[in-house]
Ligand binder design. Structure first.
Ligand code: KG4
Ligand code: ZN
Length: 381
């Protein structure tokens, strides 16, 4: 079975073709256009602009993915796919509408069934794509490198998914493909949102998650004592707004930090020693922020995995591309002697992409009549 997956919920326009052989999903091609650089300039996403970019790219991206997957495909004919999968929510209404209406139009034109997909399920199902990295160090710590690639048709249930993106931080218990239950979520900001908002405070470009992670490489993760909100609570909920406030207070009250951050945002000239002082301070701050976020994500996920005795832990969403999170989740599972295997999509499949939408549709096939498919920006699980 071959599925075209289309994702346009926010600032990425992505189309992918996957092939399913039994429950083994192979990614044939993927084309993604992003309007991130536009939003980097404004420090955040302007929904109207994101939607206009979706309009510009949706058809070229779909055509490109199909012609790479099927070099002999003629645009005047229907491509040799069995189904179309489209994200219908959650996300920005304008962006979602572009994808949903485009998918409906091509479905009508090519006479192919269409499956609407929840974007959050997509992040979870990125784990079923074949080139997903599996960390299985518990069995043999020496043997498996982080680049090991294995087939992923063996994810065992019950599974626990940590969905960590710009808008969500959810722990989802999956008994099987039909039975998903949210057992924890954020009470305020999502983890990605915390990275982005703190990055903004520090004058970093959007999206700040990867920038903070890069700067943190040279920093001291214990340099600043930042809060780990709800770390000790018995539930599996998260809260990150207190961390953002703590960083804001630090920027306001720590003279050294405020001088450096402020001088940077005013674009003043710096001599060599001020510049190296600035770099060190920023690296330490970023390392401390990243560690605080990762500590909470790891602690809660491992506690939930233990409580529900799961066989697999799945990471998904943009923040799952974070190296520290990937590494510390593995290490913590080893320390706690968890038997669950940890699955992490390759980095390009953590952020928004069409392949994960096609993968989710494969396991949750439902053909929905065109007139019943509508964009739903507030969709939850
Ligand atoms: O899943 P995604 O691409 O879009 C949403 O569905 O929200 O996630 C985007 C989020 C942004 O907040 C971004 O800062 C964060 O993922 N992110 C990261 C990393 N790469 C992306 N956060 C931390 N470390 C990263 N390496
Ligand atoms: Zn996403």
């Amino acid at each position: 079975m071959t599925i075209l997956g289309i994702e346009t919920s926010c600032d990425e326009t992505s189309a992918a073709v996957i092939k399913a052989e039994k429950d083994r999903l192979i990614l044939l091609t993927q084309t993604t256009a992003t309007s991130l650089s536009l939003h980097a300039a404004t420090g955040g996403i302007i929904p109207e602009r994101a939607a206009r970019e979706q309009l510009k790219y949706s058809i070229p991206v779909i055509k490109n993915a199909l012609s790479e997957a099927f070099p002999f495909w003629k645009e005047t004919e229907a491509p040799p796919i069995d189904a179309i999968a489209i994200t219908y929510g959650p996300g920005l209404i304008g962006s979602l509408l572009v994808g949903v209406e485009t998918a409906k139009a091509v479905s009508l034109l090519w006479k192919k069934p269409i499956t609407p997909v929840n974007h959050l399920y997509g992040h979870i199902y990125a784990n079923w794509l074949d080139d997903t990295v599996i960390s299985n160090e518990m069995r043999d710590p020496q043997r498996i490198s982080p680049h090991d690639v294995r087939r992923n048709d063996k994810i065992d249930f019950p599974a626990l998914a940590l969905v960590v993106s710009g808008g969500h931080t959810d722990l989802v218990l999956m008994k099987n493909h039909e039975d998903l239950k949210v057992i924890g979520g954020t009470r305020d900001d999502a983890a990605g949102e915390a990275f982005d908002k703190i990055g903004r405070l520090l004058g970093l470009s959007y999206p700040a998650g990867p920038v903070i992670s890069k700067l943190a490489e040279k920093g001291n993760r214990s340099a600043y004592a930042l809060p780990r909100p709800m770390l000790g609570s018995k539930d599996f909920d998260f809260s990150f707004s207190g961390l953002k406030t703590a960083v804001l207070n630090l920027v306001k009250t720590n003279k050294q930090i405020s001088t450096v951050i402020l001088s940077d945002s005013e674009g003043s000239q710096k001599d060599a020693s001020t510049s190296s002082q600035h770099d060190k301070l920023l690296a330490d701050l970023c390392a401390s922020v990243q560690q605080a976020i990762v500590d909470v994500l790891v602690r809660k996920t491992i506690a939930a995995a233990k409580a529900h005795n799961v066989k697999s832990i799945l990471l998904g969403g943009g923040v799952a591309a974070n190296d520290l999170l990937r590494e510390e989740m593995k290490q913590s599972a080893i320390r706690h002697k968890l038997l669950a295997e940890i699955f992490v999509p390759q980095k390009s499949l953590c952020t928004d992409n069409g392949a994960m939408i096609a993968a989710a549709a494969y396991f949750n096939k439902k053909e929905v009549p065109l007139e019943k498919i509508t964009a739903d920006p507030e969709l939850y699980y």
